[in-house]
Design a protein around this ligand. Sequence first.
Ligand code: E4P
Length: 222
Amino acid sequence: MKLFIDSANVVDIKKAYKVGVLSGVTTNPSLVAKEGVKFEDRIEEILKLVPKVESVSAEVTPDAVTAEEMIAQAEELIKINNYDKNITIKLPMTLDGLEACRYLADKGIKTNVTLIFTVNQALLAARAGATYVSPFLGRLDDISEDGVQLVVKIAELFRIHNLDAQIIAASVRHPDHVTRVAMAGAHIATVPFSVIEQISKHPLTDQGLEKFAADWKKAVKG
Ligand code: E4P
């Protein structure tokens, strides 16, 4: 399973990229709004920061409601990247979003259909030519449903029917989500930097390091 960072914060994106574990970045209107910067400027900045990743998802803004409006925004976003391959247009899971997805997919532009909460929505997005589909685990858990089970089912569906879309497990809140979606067959988990930090740690790693340091100090002192 690949790891994307779910963030529009340049400091966090830089930190994760430097570690060398990143395959992509996802953003959404809420994440960009938190940064208080112009959307297109931030996307351009991110694209420059992470030149070697496979995908940077830039979401059409909530004022694009019709397929035509989404396509018009997508065409502007693609220009930011000078038509390079790592920009991915993120589209909402609506009929208009699917229509825009089919249009862009036929033009060879990568797409990520977001806000997926059912297997049927994932099936529709895959059939509309989506490169990525994004089921939101945490938000399902928030309403007492099992978000990981949705990923398990989508992975099975894609396997049975040989669908090419990659599953991005999104709305990932903690380390256990990461392990479980990896074992469920998600192709990608998109996670905040805090989760990348958390999954790098274990108390026994810290204790082990402390013991190595103490033993080393004793040996050096003689
Ligand atoms: C994914 O692409 C979304 O940006 C994201 O994972 C949403 O997560 P949230 O439910 O924590 O807002």
